[in-house]
Write a protein that binds this ligand. Sequence first.
Ligand code: CAA
Length: 292
Amino acid sequence: MNMKDTGVPDVFPRVAVLGAGTMGAGIAQVCAQAGSSVVLQDVADDLVQKGLGRVRDFLQKGVDKGKTTPNQRDAVLSRITTTTDRRAAARDAHLVIEAVPEKLELKNELFRELGSATSPACVLASNTSSLSLARVFAGVAGQARCIGMHFFNPVPLMALLEVVRTDASSQHTIDAVLAFGKALGKEPILVKDSPGFASSRLGVCLGLEAIRMLESGVATAEDIDKAMVLGYGHPMGPLKLTDLVGLDVRLAIADYLRKELDHPGFDAPGLMRRMVAEGRLGKKSGQGFYRW
Ligand code: CAA
């Protein structure tokens, strides 16, 4: 695990993370591990405390496993402060990373507000997994500093950072974010703003096809997953991963990509729609393709 005890990354010593859910908490943790001071914000204090609790639990598990020292745990936690005030969180930040729910209007409104609430040099990043960044940043003041930083769950363990450049992102912004990604211990890839970027476009397509195969009786869920785990070296099969991400989340991305890419490969299978309508959403509801 990349974890500095002292010093701060040259690029972004002060980071604000907006949204303290699974992704926001993980992003706050890796930024603090790299030495940045982090303000973690959400709309209600119980949400922020829950996010901070996730970081604390992950670090404690690291201590229990012998991967993290108690001093490292305490140092990381000491670098994270919390607030429910979005403007206050962003005011002194060198980098703001947004990790709020995947709703275009919500993200666009947030960035329009940040355009004027941050210093003109502050980099504004979205963790969206598939929404058009041109639309997420529409109308934002100073779009040269706007960029996508797409992290993967669980953030502290996953090596990939998908950096998504828009037509307006400056080279300076791109270089700074790529350098910061490396300081976080991630392997950044650079992708153009396009529907689903590189990771969601391929990942969702595979997941949908696996559901179609299950629906038409090609094999059991376990065996379809095994085909990818043992045959292709994936750490987890596409159906199990869909359970982990949430069927509702993946259905929304599939519908969006179907419309944007005009490609029948993104047609959501009937089985998926039925499961979502019945509340079989995967791990979070206790039942998906697997029982959790
Ligand atoms: N602190 C420190 N280290 C820890 C830790 C902790 N709290 N918890 C686990 N680790 C370490 C382990 O010690 C282990 O290290 P070694 O390899 O050195 O032994 C390593 O992390 C892996 O942990 P585990 O062995 O416990 O677990 P695992 O082998 O099952 O791997 C995983 C966990 C990496 C998450 C793996 O299950 C995996 O790759 N899953 C797929 C996840 C995935 O595909 N995510 C993408 C989701 S899609 C997304 O996020 C995009 C989107 O927009 C929706």
